[in-house]
Design a protein around this ligand. Structure first.
Ligand SMILES: [Fe+2]
Length: 457
């Protein structure tokens, strides 16, 4: 079933007057009907001749009746309907991806905090220290991949971080039962296994969230101590809270990775359309990040720069293949269409609330330092910093890439060209930073991993 009706096409605001003028220009009686036989356009006078079907993707979506000119008109309508379906499909495919991205980011946003495991353990230790007396503390966590228990924190005892241990004695019982225990006189407990450090009393609890047990925590005292049931209750509650936070942080990282993967997939859809760009996005990203590090950008600024660099040409999704992939000289109109891509990119990203910060980097990447760029003709430091960096990275890569109709510049020639355009096309400060940057290292990094992929953060 074709995803368009002839009525939808004919009633389109831009197409309707054209269709009516076309029918009049044919100077012959014509009747255009939808699939059900409802007239859409009819000239005066008796309509005779053949009823030609308008066929789109193998389905008839309407009819044109008249002489041989009607057959021509039916083909033309079919052609336009096909284009309309293609345009719609491209739009809905892209929209679908935005929706997925927004959903992923929203979910990640709802998880309150993304803390490193070590931060969570540090907070837990401090909370316990404030409430309960102990001289030794160990946190053992389950490594999901290996299924083994590893030492994640160790205070006042001899466990080395990262040591894989097999739970024995009391720890093994707690791990197996999932219930916390107090042993006030360890030497009287048959399960106790001698330790290389002094221990008289201990408390051990599972790090248990609703879903699963992620590890065990144990505190011990070298001197005989009486731990009470309330101590165990508090200790177990704090341990459970930490376990939930640990699970959340894993989930958060997974979502964040999924988000990055989606963003990169979106960028790859552009690359796939133009096979000659061969990994352009990845190189622009690596060059931009390398320059960003040279000028001392913060981690947050680097993340935004990376996303802007990856998505800088996303607006090309709205430029037709016949223009985007044209190998010869572009007409003024075609050039005008290409020049729309930074703003189109901005419009696309404006639908993703979490990507608002990177829009200036995308929209302004074809602005020039001397104000002769597009779309706004902004100048100097008025232009977003990420956009000024991406401008150099993008141009440098375009110059050094072979195209079917011309050989790319050597790196030396391209460096010379960047230098020559300092202060006109490019920000001289960023040009200086570019020359201080190890561009070749960034190039090899981009080449080493040809597929764009999410960088876990
Ligand atoms: Fe561009």
């Amino acid at each position: 079933m074709a995803q368009i009706t002839l009525g939808t096409l004919i009633r389109k605001k831009l197409f309707a007057p054209l269709a009516h003028r076309l029918v009049l220009a044919l100077e012959t009686p014509i009747l255009i009907e939808d699939l059900a036989g409802e007239p859409l356009i009819a000239t005066d006078g008796a309509i005779e001749g053949v009823r030609y079907p308008v066929i789109v993707q193998g389905d008839t979506i309407g009819w044109v009746q008249g002489n041989e000119k009607a057959e021509l008109l039916a083909s033309l309508l079919a052609y336009h309907s096909e284009r309309e379906v293609e345009r719609k499909n491209l739009g809905s495919e892209t929209l679908h991806k935005y929706k997925e991205i927004t959903l992923l980011y929203d979910m990640a946003d709802k998880i309150p905090a993304c803390m490193e495991r070590s931060e969570i353990i540090a907070i837990l230790t401090e909370q316990i220290r404030q409430a309960i007396r102990f001289s030794g503390l160990s946190v053992i966590l389950l490594d999901k991949e290996s299924g083994k228990l590893e030492v994640a924190a160790s205070l006042g005892n001899e466990y080395a971080l990262g040591t894989v241990i097999e739970p024995v004695g009391i720890m093994a019982s707690v791990w197996a039962s999932g219930k916390g225990e107090i042993i006030n006189d360890v030497h009287a407990d048959q399960r106790f296994v001698q330790r290389p450090y002094r221990v008289s009393s201990l408390m051990c609890a599972p790090l248990k969230s609703k879903e699963s047990t992620v590890g065990i925590i144990e505190i011990s005292s070298a001197e005989p101590t009486v731990y009470a049931a309330e101590d165990l209750k508090l200790f177990s509650t704090l341990a459970s809270q930490a376990a939930v936070q640990m699970e959340n942080s894993v989930l958060y990282l997974e979502l964040k990775n999924a988000f990055y993967t989606m963003v990169y997939t979106l960028a790859e859809t552009i690359e796939k359309r133009d096979p000659y760009t061969g990994n352009h996005t990845k190189r622009v990203m690596e060059y931009s990040l390398a320059v960003g590090r040279t000028i001392g950008m913060s981690e947050d600024e680097l993340i935004r720069l990376e996303l802007a660099a990856v998505l800088h040409d996303i607006g090309k999704i709205g430029v037709r293949d016949s223009v985007l992939l044209k190998q010869g000289k572009l007409t003024d109109d075609e050039f005008h269409q290409i020049m729309q891509h930074p703003e189109l990119g901005g419009q696309i990203l404006s639908r993703i609330p979490q990507l608002q910060d990177i829009i200036p980097g995308v929209v302004q990447h074809h602005e020039r330092f001397d104000g002769k760029g597009y779309p706004e003709g902004m100048a100097g430091e008025q232009i977003n910093l990420a956009a000024r960096i991406i401008a150099i990275a993008d141009t440098f890569d375009a110059m050094t890439t072979d195209r079917p109709y011309r050989r790319g510049f050597s790196f030396e020639e391209a460096f010379e060209e960047v230098r020559r355009n300092s202060g006109t096309q490019f920000d001289p400060k960023i040009v200086d930073a570019f020359f201080e940057t190890d561009v070749m290292e960034a190039f090899f990094r981009a080449s080493a991993n040809l597929k764009l992929r999410a960088a876990p953060r």
